[in-house]
Design a protein around this ligand. Structure first.
Ligand code: ARG
Length: 465
């Protein structure tokens, strides 16, 4: 057939059918509305497949050249928005093949030799996900950079550390921020690990049983930058565990973003007033003129929910499927796309917002100076003077009650009164009861002392480099 001609009218598979598919069914089964997003990867995969077919002599050099020219045109048409997407094409794979056949004639009709949409779509998703993982990993890194910069500036800024959201012990704000640095470091490691299993070639599996053409799968894998092959054709076309793994890693990223968001919201609340977010990251109220709402962290906290939903959706999609490919798998795309979009948008806005966080060190310090945050330090002090820790704990607990009764912090009890609880207490106790003394004492690796925070910042920068 010459270029421009198309055989028949219906879908490429219509030869088997006695009547046209019902309009409603066509709409119900089509994925073109969303899988067109895979177009650039579909073209990449097709080109690698065609080059391999030409190298093994299945396709002529002239056919390959016609396919390459046609795909270049199609790529341009898609990028410039001129490509005509039609529901009649069912999905992105048929749409591109139909257009290729219009442009390249029989060469286009030969492209699908030794291939099925089943291994084709599995390849497309893997290529898409690999690119998405790289983009997300880079954005997590940008968030980590922002956290490290802020942590360095606040290596010595005291704040109350909480357990049960009750004042527990003083920590530095820098140390607190670096806790998130660590969470995001694990997130990146998880994504890097998942990427290894995403980055394998399904092509060659064809519909499910492989193909009798003399194919060279290693060549296609190299061409597409895959690290290896899917080793079983049935598994290659049917499992989406790599996508589920990605969704699980994404759910954890959003868990961490959501925890940070929760803290930002709390810290911005006027009774805390530890931080301010710049106006460009907040919105107002339509009725209460005084309001400045932390919409970005609130929304991020909310968006974690939809990502978790996608993870459960994908698990559920997979669990009942017999081998090999089933149409169920078409449902993998929207949750995956939405997961990627949610992470990209959320991480990008956080990378921009974190450097804008304005800290109020006085408010933080004042909050740390309430709630007897250095009680543990007093107990430790008594231990260094020979008292067993359990006795020290009890003596300090009684001192705290006395301070409560007086309406003051433990650190403000007069020496004589403190000595009433433990004779071992001397003049030097106030160095221990002070926030700075408490912080400076925790100088081991992983501790909150300003010197250790700076050390952790140095390590983090080396990891990010
Ligand atoms: N649109 C389909 C999907 O997303 C492509 C594969 C269709 N294969 C098939 N045998 N119907 O999974």
């Amino acid at each position: 057939m010459a270029a421009g001609e198309e055989k028949g009218h219906g879908p490429v598979w219509s030869g088997r059918f006695g009547e046209a598919v019902a309009e409603r069914v066509k709409r119900y089964t089509a994925s073109i509305g969303f899988d067109r997003r895979l177009a650039e990867f579909d073209i990449q995969g097709s080109l690698a497949h065609a080059r391999m077919l030409a190298a093994t002599g299945v396709l002529s050099a002239a056919d390959l050249a016609a396919i390459e020219r046609g795909m270049a045109t199609i790529g341009d048409e898609i990028r410039s928005g001129r490509f005509v997407w039609s529901i009649d094409d069912e999905d992105v794979h048929f749409a591109i093949e139909r257009r290729l056949t219009a442009l390249a004639g029989d060469a286009g009709r030969r492209l699908h030799t030794g291939r099925s949409r089943n291994d084709q779509v599995a390849t497309d998703i893997r290529l898409f996900l690999r690119a998405a993982i790289d983009e997300i990993a880079a954005l997590i890194k940008a968030v980590q950079h922002a956290l490290v910069d802020l942590a360095e500036r606040h290596a010595a800024t005291a704040m109350p550390g909480f357990t049960h959201l009750q004042v527990a012990q003083p920590v530095t704000f820098g140390h607190h921020l670096l806790a998130y640095y660590e969470m995001f470091a694990r997130d990146r490691a998880r994504l890097a690990d998942c990427r290894k299993r995403v980055n394998r070639l399904p092509l060659g599996a064809a519909a499910l049983a492989g193909t009798s053409y003399p194919i060279d799968r290693e060549r296609v894998a190299r061409d597409l930058g895959f690290e290896g092959l899917c080793e079983n054709s049935l598994d290659a076309v049917s499992d989406r565990d790599f996508a589920i793994e990605f969704a699980a890693a994404a759910a954890l990223v959003m868990t961490h973003v959501s925890r940070l968001s929760e803290e930002l919201v709390l810290w911005m609340s006027p009774p805390f007033a530890f931080i301010r977010l710049p106006d460009r990251f907040c919105t107002g109220s339509s009725i209460m003129p005084q309001k400045k709402n932390p919409d970005v962290p609130e929304l991020a906290r909310g968006k974690a929910g939809r990502v978790f939903g996608h993870l459960v959706g994908l698990l559920t999609l997979m669990k009942g499927q017999p081998l090999a490919y089933n149409k169920d798998n078409q449902e993998d795309k929207e949750p995956l796309f939405d997961t990627v979009d949610t992470l990209v948008d959320t991480l990008a806005v956080f990378a921009e917002m974190i450097p804008g966080i304005e800290v109020d060190p006085e408010r933080m310090r004042a909050a740390a100076a309430e709630g007897h945050a250095t009680a543990t330090d007093l107990a430790d002090y008594l231990v260094t003077r020979g008292m067993p820790f359990r006795d020290a704990h009890e003596a300090v607990a009684r001192a705290v009650r006395a301070a409560e009764a007086r309406g003051c912090d433990l650190a403000r009890l007069p020496l004589a009164e403190l000595q009433g609880f433990a004779r071992e207490i001397g003049e030097d106790v106030y160095a221990v009861l002070s926030i700075e003394g408490s912080l400076a004492g925790r100088t081991h690796r992983g501790g909150t002392a300003p010197a250790q925070v700076l050390e952790a910042v140095r390590r983090a920068r080396a990891e990010l480099a």
